[in-house]
Write a protein that binds this ligand. Structure first.
Ligand SMILES: Nc1ncnc2c1ncn2[C@@H]1O[C@H](COP(=O)(O)OP(=O)(O)OP(=O)(O)O)[C@@H](O)[C@H]1O
Ligand code: SF4
Ligand SMILES: [Mg+2]
Length: 332
């Protein structure tokens, strides 16, 4: 995923290079994303993981041109299929979003207009298909609802979003996203609001659809256990910085950064079933104005030494397709 690493055998769909985002505010500029580089290869699933406030949403929002330059300074480069996202007009961006790139969010209600029936929502979203009849659009809507697991979809087209459960609403959002046949699907914590069973079903569904449609996916989560189920590559974000990235097996079986190790140790999905008292990583993610000199993880790290307080560790390769930003990382 890093530019220098030979991770992407397939041509990349999304390339983020040295992206930084600083929000302008009364206290000065709050750097929410700090020099992040990430590649999404075609047909692959890339997970972005980190605790709340680590910059996940800011990163993907900036990469999609969703953050106004009036409120934030954005530097670096973002290319979608080779096209320069950060310098596109609003009109060009709108043409890409919803078709070539689709998004699903934590709360499906944000994407579903509560005053419209599912049938209307799902035919409206096909507005770009001008030559297609309404009957054909309805047929496509029904077919897609069936594929995402909505039982008896014909009879449910007249129903409104509030008549569905949270999990069903997320399935409808996924169906709407896929109707545009996107080449990239960005999912920002799409299962966080769901219970564990529903979460597992949605993950399974996304993986299946990804295989059927060959869509590339960026899957954002604060939960590494979820990432393991669906992702090919993982990027670990901490206080706006990438601290580790690599193939999913490397991240799970040979984690190098103490933060990644802590995330794994505290992940509810990875703990034995009888454990009910879930551990948490002591301390908090430093905010944009609270980052120390040297390593940003030092206040929570048992291994912190003098060098960690003085020198910021660069992201460096520890094995093929695996990099970590820690002075103590040894690799294999
Ligand atoms: N519009 C904004 N203006 C100023 N600061 C912002 C803005 N949006 C986000 N931030 C700050 O940027 C940092 C990263 O926030 P972000 O929402 O990207 O984190 P996240 O990893 O998505 O968290 P969560 O898991 O809670 O969704 C935080 O310190 C947040 O306060
Ligand atoms: S560089 Fe030092 S403080 Fe930072 S994660 Fe590695 S050991 Fe811990
Ligand atoms: Mg977020």
């Amino acid at each position: 995923m890093s530019g220098k690493m030979e991770m992407a055998k397939n041509a990349p769909v999304l390339e983020i290079r040295n992206l930084s985002v600083g929000f302008n505010g009364a206290r000065g500029q709050a750097i929410a994303v700090n020099d992040v580089s990430l590649t999404v290869p075609a047909g692959k699933v890339v997970g972005i993981v980190g605790e709340s406030g680590s910059g996940k949403t800011t990163l993907i929002s900036a990469a999609l041109g969703l953050i106004s330059r009036q409120t934030a300074e954005i530097t670096g480069e973002v290319k979608f299929e080779g096209r320069d996202i950060l310098n596109m007009s609003e009109r060009e961006l709108r043409a890409i979003r919803g078709t070539d790139i689709a998004m699903i969010f934590q709360d499906p209600m944000t994407a579903l207009n509560p005053s419209m029936s599912i049938g209307t929502l799902m035919t409206d979203i096909q507005y770009r298909d001008q030559g297609v009849s309404m009957a054909e659009k309805r047929r496509k809507a029904v077919e897609m609802l069936r594929r995402v697991g909505i039982p008896d979809p014909e009879s449910r087209l007249t129903q409104y979003p509030h008549e569905f459960s949270g999990g069903m609403r997320q399935r409808i959002c996924i169906a709407m996203a896929l109707l545009g046949q996107p080449r990239l699907l960005i999912a920002d914590e799409p299962t966080t609001a769901l219970d564990v069973t529903m979460e597992a079903q949605i993950i399974h569904l996304l993986r299946k659809l990804q295989q059927d449609f060959h869509t590339s996916i960026v899957f954002v989560s604060h939960n590494l256990g979820i990432i393991a189920e669906i992702c090919d590559y993982v990027a670990v974000l901490y206080s706006g910085c990438l601290v580790e990235q690599g193939e999913v097996d490397h991240i799970f079986h040979n984690p190098q950064h103490p933060y990644t190790k802590a995330l794994l140790a505290c992940d509810p999905a990875l703990l034995p079933e009888h454990v009910t008292d879930f551990p948490a990583i002591p301390g908090e993610v430093p905010g944009p104005f609270d980052r120390p000199a040297g390593c940003i993880f030092q206040a929570r790290c048992n291994l912190a030494a003098d060098i960690c307080r003085q020198v910021s560790p660069p992201l460096r390769p520890v094995e093929a397709d695996h990099a970590a930003a820690c002075h103590m990382a040894k690799g294999v």
